[in-house]
Design a protein around this ligand. Structure first.
Ligand code: MG
Length: 159
């Protein structure tokens, strides 16, 4: 078995929605990013890459690549999963935390779990997504940005 951890953060900017865990959420701001700014999917990509010692998302998908401008981050996750499968691993389970002062994540958590489990090729009960605020402390607490952590366990695909 192999374990991996990922972290990501993006700054909020002008806009009317954010995308977290592949789910579009209406908000008073948008995400400033080269891609769609999906911090949760980015953290999951890095957790998977960490588990296979595959570097990180920035190395695989440079933010200087014009082809990746505004890209749907779930496409990046699909490519990372191809790397996982190519190394003869499958996902055992995933646990993740989104850190945001606003908007409320709770109404969207189940949709995120559904979306992520489909992308990882696991059951919904093998994916957990939590959300917390930081009690108005720090950059997430001041509403300057949103961050996410993810931990993933990989199993041999024949195990
Ligand atoms: Mg990112």
């Amino acid at each position: 078995m192999r374990i991996g951890h990922g972290f990501d953060a993006h700054r909020l900017c002008e806009g009317d929605h954010i995308i977290i865990g592949g789910v579009r959420i209406p908000h008073t701001h948008g995400m400033l990013a080269h891609s769609d700014g999906d911090v949760l999917i980015h953290a999951i990509c890095d957790a998977l890459l960490g588990a296979i010692a595959g570097g990180d998302i920035g190395r695989l998908f440079p933010d200087t690549d014009p082809a990746l401008a505004g890209v749907d981050s779930t496409l990046l996750l699909e490519r990372v999963m191809q790397e996982v499968v190519a190394r003869a691993y499958r996902v055992g389970n995933l646990d993740a935390t989104v850190i945001a002062q606003a908007p409320r994540m709770q109404p969207h958590i189940e949709a995120m779990r559904e979306r992520i489990s489909g992308l990882l090729g696991v059951r919904v009960d093998e994916v957990n997504v939590k959300a917390t605020t930081t009690e108005k402390m720090g950059y997430t607490g001041r509403g300057e940005g949103i961050s996410a952590h993810a931990v993933v366990l990989l199993m041999p695909s024949d195990g």
